[in-house]
Every structure is written in structure tokens, then in C-alpha cells.
Design a protein around this ligand. Structure first.
Ligand SMILES: Cc1cc2nc3c(=O)[nH]c(=O)nc-3n(C[C@H](O)[C@H](O)[C@H](O)COP(=O)(O)OP(=O)(O)OC[C@H]3O[C@@H](n4cnc5c(N)ncnc54)[C@H](O)[C@@H]3O)c2cc1C
Length: 590
């Protein structure tokens, strides 16, 4: 393989995961776990992902609270510490391996059933993600504040929480000032190997597209940036590395790995009210219950948090009735799923070649040696596109014709350089884009059955509103102009590659051709939210602005599922923000 000569990494990967699970099982049995009466804690957190890891850290910091963290996966596989190795997690034990129901207007690439990856390990999806650091837009948070009626979620207020969790050393370090945080646990760094990035910046300048720091709050919201990453010394800095690994020795934090929560235990606490008292979970074949004296917190992510609520009788009554689950609180759980449809415009599917080789020095064994020596070079970046190296050079925001608000653009994108290891093959450049503020109402997550082992039914319902396709086509046309009509790229002999075969029935490069391309090549761009969203009341939301489940005391949902509207960019930082704010709210006794 590209990574380690003849070593078959996927096989090593799986051996590591199996060994780890086995030793955890042996240890758990030796300790006699679960043999006595139910264990009792102050807080139980389900899921140690982007939000759950911060919560576990903050709630145990003073030493006063005893916290149980239940995580369905194990420790993240150390191979994934190397950003370049990200692709090895696909279909591994670290992926929940979900797919969606068939989409009519998207995912044709996958026969209509889209991939839906989610991380299964401590660190959650931040243990498998692309590590792009993006706070999204100030107006995203203002919209949360307006919807919930709670201004503590506004940009003016959440900005400080962002600053507190990060340690900024990105591309804008010299000018960043108060727009970033310093000394927090989450390292923000830059990658050093971006061949061709200066040319891309020259093209953008020629086209009068602004370049700045997209994480600089309301100072710069429209245009392109060099990308900052949660990478430290060449290695992944997910929420496991930032918030859990350094505190594994806290005696008031108990972590059960391979512990799959299957039900929230509740009791009636009045005529119409209920109280959460614990969690029932499966671990190494045994079913156990743990009790929470203070609160149960679900941080199981956008798929599993709503699934757990529904399995526990908290969800839409008509759906629970179909599955013979007794409803204890009728709430719109799973109803407001939102996600970004995104696509690559690449290779014989619309990419470009240049008559130069920016990455001509790319050589696998040299790259490996450089990385082992000092954590720099190509392996400090990401490997996309069927195993070939295609770093994202810049990310950016543009507007479709249907949106003129530059403070809140509707399309987010990257420009990539795809390198080749063979000098005979010409290098390729391409762009990818995702629609971040769709008009379509969103989709749903439903239970397939009352059996916790069954995967839920995920339907993002992409492009129900056809305007969403037009928005993407508008921005593809802007980018076609950037690529094909710039003197800078012409200087490098830019050429458009062949048409994409499934769209050959349409005139090449016409709007109809691009409409076809969008439906053929778009898929979920890994940023789902809102399936247990916060809001003003139980008709339109599942939790209130303090993240408490309506109608059930001592139960909160704190993760990407509690975000009210999908933010306009990558969702790791927003999910971490919800975790950090959730901890602040709980510790303040709210
Ligand atoms: C492939 C991929 C690439 C991405 N790239 C980026 C990127 O570059 N930048 C970015 O900002 N965002 C990115 N994201 C999105 C981002 O990582 C997620 O939005 C974020 O991690 C979600 O956080 P969360 O806390 O809601 O859930 P998660 O981080 O997914 O955590 C949920 C945790 O709960 C555990 N769990 C679930 N069910 C149970 C159960 N029943 N019992 C016990 N444990 C359970 C899971 O195993 C997991 O550890 C990417 C996501 C993916 C999948």
C-alpha cells in the first residue's frame, strides 16, 4: 500500500481492534464488574465523542463529581493518529457503518443509498474525521439564540467558550489576536505541505475573491482561507487526545469501553412527569444497569442519541406505537435531521489538469521518513480520492444567486490538488462543494424495530426543494469561471478533463449537465445535526436551551443532535461547543 510498503494496513488495523476488545473483556471480568448491585454515579454520559469527551473532562475537573462514561467503541486505533491514514477506518470497527434509505435525487454514485460514516471509539467522529477546524459563521449561532429565545447561544456569547477550548497556532497566528484562543486543550495547527497553494491564491486574487481568516468571527465571512487543522506535531488532535487522554488517571472518572447503551431508565415522578435514573447497557455480552444520582446525559451523536430516546419511550407517539413501544413523552425526536449534500468535481467527472507538477517531489518512502523524523510533509495531510494524495489547499465560502448575504453564505467548498506518484500522469486540480444552508426541510431518523441491535432508518431527504440543486449549480458555474477563465491558470496550461459518463446525455458544461452531476455525485458530507434539537417548546424541539429533555427530569442531550439548525460548515467545532456549553450550564446549576 502507499502507507507502509508491503504491510497490509487494514488487516493490522483489525487485529489491533480485536486484541484491544479482548483485553478489555478479560480485565472487566477479572474486576468482577457488574456482579454486585447496580453501580451508582453522579452523572452518566453516554458516548465519549466530540461533545461527550469535553463533558467528561469538565464535569470531573473539580474532583467533586463521580462520572461514568459509557462508550460503545474502544480507544481510537493509534494508526489514525497519522492524518494521512484516515481512510483505513472505513468499514472498520471504528465506523458505525450506517447507510441511508434510497435517495431519488442524490447519491446515485452509491445506487441511491448514501454512505453515512460515524466514528465508534473514544473521541467519536473526531477520531476518524478530516480534522478541518471551522467555527462556522457568527450568524449560525445567532440563529440558534433567536430560535431558542436564549441569547447565551448567540455568537457574542459563544465566542468566549470557543476561545477557552482552543490553543491557536494556525496560519493566522500573527494577526489573530482576540479572534482565537490560546492555552486551551484543543490544538489548532497548520499543515506544511500544500504544493500549488500560492498559484491558487493568485487565481483567487485575480478573480477578486477575498482571502482571509474564515475563523476570524464576523470580520471575514466570505472568500477563501488556508485551512487550519486540529493537528499537533503532525498528529491528530481529536477530542480523545485533547480532553480524555490527559485525564485518564482521574479517579472520579470511570470509563467503560465497549459499553453499548440500550435504554434510559426512567420512573414516574408525578402525574405527567418522569425522571431519568440510569442507563441499561450491554458490555462484553452482559446486560447491566448503572444509576445516576444527578443526571443522565446522552452524547451518543446524531443517530444514536435519538435512537436511545425512542427505545426508551421518548419520541413521536405515532412512530413508537407502530413498534409497540410505550410512549412516556411524545416529542419530535428524529424529525429535524439536517445535513449538507456535497460533492467532488473531480477527474473525468469535471476536474482539471495543469502542465506543471507542483508535487513532483512526492515520493512515498521519502514522505514516510520525513514524517517519522519530524511529523511534517505529505503524511501530515490527508489522503483522499481512492488512495491518491489530494490535499485540500484552501477552503472557502461563496454565494449562489439565491443568497446575497455575505455574512452567511450558502455554499462551502475546498480546492484540492491531486498528486500522482508517477511523473507520466499529469497532476489534477479540482474543487468540492457542499450546500450548507439548504431550503429542503430536512429528513428523519426512525427506528427500524424495538431491537436495540437494529440499525435505524436514516433519510436525509436531499433536494426535496429543487432550489438546492440550483444553488449548487450556481456555485459550480462560478468555479468553472475561476478555473477556466483566469490568466493565471491559463499560464499553467489548464485543461478541463472529460465529461462524466452518466451525464453524457446532457450538453457538456450546460446547466442541465451540472444538474445531472449534482444528483449523480452528491452525498452526505459528514455534517448531520438536529435530530434531538433544542428549541423553545416540545412541539418543535426535544430539549430546551439548557439541553434538558422536555418532560423528563435529570435527562439532557448534549451533542450534534441538539444543534437546532445545521451550521454552515464542518460540525466538529460546533459539536464541541455544545459539549463545552453543556458543561458550563450543568456546573452553573442551570
Ligand atoms: C468521515 C468524517 C469526516 C469529518 N470531517 C470533519 C472535519 O474535517 N471537520 C469537522 O469539523 N467535522 C468533521 N466531521 C464532523 C464531526 O466530526 C462531527 O460533527 C462531530 O464529531 C459530532 O460530534 P458528536 O459528539 O455529536 O458525536 P460523535 O463524535 O460521533 O460521538 C458519539 C459517540 O457516542 C458513541 N455512542 C453512540 N451510540 C452509543 C451507545 N448506544 N452507547 C454508547 N456509546 C455510544 C459513539 O461510538 C461515539 O463515540 C466529520 C465526520 C466524519 C464522520
Amino acid at each position: 500500500t502507499l502507507f507502509l510498503g508491503d504491510v497490509d494496513i487494514p488487516q493490522q488495523f483489525s487485529i489491533f481492534d480485536k486484541t484491544q476488545r479482548l483485553s478489555d473483556e478479560v480485565l472487566s471480568k477479572a474486576m468482577g464488574e457488574g456482579e454486585g448491585p447496580p453501580e451508582s454515579f453522579d452523572y452518566i454520559i453516554v458516548g465519549g465523542g466530540s461533545a461527550g469527551a469535553i463533558l467528561a473532562n469538565r464535569l470531573t475537573a473539580s474532583g467533586e463529581n463521580r462520572v461514568l462514561l459509557l462508550e460503545a467503541g474502544g480507544d481510537p486505533n493509534p494508526i489514525l493518529d497519522v492524518p494521512f491514514a484516515q481512510r483505513f477506518y472505513w468499514d472498520s470497527e471504528m465506523d458505525w457503518n450506517y447507510t441511508t434509505v434510497k435517495q431519488n435525487r442524490s447519491c446515485h454514485l452509491f445506487g441511491g443509498n448514501c454512505i453515512w460514516p460515524r466514528g465508534k471509539a473514544l473521541g467519536g467522529s473526531s477520531s476518524v474525521n478530516g480534522l478541518v477546524y471551522n467555527r462556522c459563521k457568527p450568524k449560525d449561532y445567532d440563529s440558534w439564540a433567536n430560535f431558542t429565545g436564549d441569547q447565551s447561544w448567540s455568537w457574542a456569547n459563544v465566542k468566549d467558550t470557543f476561545n477557552r477550548i482552543e490553543d491557536y497556532h494556525g496560519f493566522h497566528e500573527e494577526t489573530a489576536g482576540a479572534n482565537h484562543g490560546y492555552g486551551g486543550e484543543m490544538y489548532v495547527g497548520k499543515i506544511d505541505y500544500l504544493p500549488g497553494v500560492e498559484v491558487v491564491e493568485e487565481v483567487l486574487r485575480e478573480k477578486n475573491i477575498p482571502i482571509g481568516d474564515l475563523n476570524g468571527g464576523d470580520e471575514f465571512t466570505y472568500g477563501f482561507s488556508k485551512i487550519d487543522y486540529n493537528i499537533k506535531d503532525g498528529m491528530r488532535c481529536g477530542t480523545y487526545q485533547a480532553f480524555l487522554e490527559p485525564i485518564l488517571n482521574r479517579t472520579n472518572l470511570v470509563i467503560y469501553r465497549y459499553a453499548y447503551a440500550i435504554r434510559v431508565e426512567t420512573v414516574a415522578s408525578g402525574e405527567d412527569s418522569h425522571r431519568a435514573i440510569g442507563i441499561t447497557y450491554e458490555r462484553h455480552g452482559a446486560i447491566r444497569t448503572a444509576l445516576a444520582q444527578k443526571e443522565v446525559i446522552l452524547s451518543a451523536g446524531v443517530v444514536e442519541s435519538p435512537k436511545l430516546l425512542m427505545l426508551s419511550g421518548i419520541g413521536p407517539k405515532e412512530h413508537l406505537d407502530e413498534l409497540n413501544i410505550t410512549t412516556i413523552v411524545d416529542l419530535p425526536v428524529g424529525k429535524y435531521l439536517q445535513e449538507h449534500p456535497g460533492m467532488d468535481v473531480i477527474g473525468d467527472k469535471g476536474g482539471f489538469t495543469l502542465n506543471t507538477t507542483f508535487g513532483s517531489n512526492f515520493n512515498t518512502s521519502d514522505a514516510l521518513l520525513q514524517f517519522l523524523e519530524n511529523g511534517t510533509g505529505p503524511m501530515n495531510g490527508f489522503l483522499y480520492d481512492s488512495g491518491e494524495y489530494a490535499p485540500q489547499l484552501v477552503n472557502g465560502y461563496l454565494n449562489s444567486k439565491l443568497n446575497d448575504d455575505e455574512a452567511w453564505p450558502d455554499v462551502y467548498m475546498y480546492i484540492h490538488e491531486k498528486l500522482t506518484t508517477s511523473p507520466e500522469v499529469r497532476e489534477e486540480m479540482y474543487f468540492s462543494l457542499e450546500l450548507v444552508r439548504p431550503d429542503s426541510p430536512g429528513g428523519t431518523i426512525k427506528l427500524a424495530s424495538s431491537d436495540p441491535k437494529d440499525k435505524p432508518i436514516i433519510d436525509p431527504n436531499f433536494f426535496e426543494d429543487l432550489n438546492d440543486i440550483e444553488r449548487m449549480v450556481d456555485v459550480i458555474e462560478i468555479m468553472m469561471d475561476v478555473f477556466m477563465n483566469s490568466t493565471t491558470f491559463k499560464k499553467y496550461g489548464i485543461q478541463q478533463m472529460d465529461s462524466y459518463e452518466p451525464c453524457n446525455g446532457e450538453e457538456f458544461l450546460s446547466r442541465d449537465y451540472f444538474r445531472c452531476l449534482v444528483q449523480q455525485r452528491s452525498f452526505p458530507y459528514f455534517h448531520p445535526t438536529s435530530t434531538s434539537r433544542m428549541g423553545p417548546n416540545s412541539t418543535v424541539a426535544v430539549v430546551d436551551s439548557k439541553l434538558k429533555v422536555f418532560g423528563v427530569e435529570n435527562l439532557r442531550v448534549i451533542d450534534a443532535s441538539s444543534i437546532p439548525f445545521v451550521p454552515s460548515g464542518n460540525t466538529n467545532l460546533p459539536s464541541m461547543l455544545v459539549g463545552a456549553r453543556g458543561a458550563e450550564i450543568i456546573l452553573a446549576g442551570e
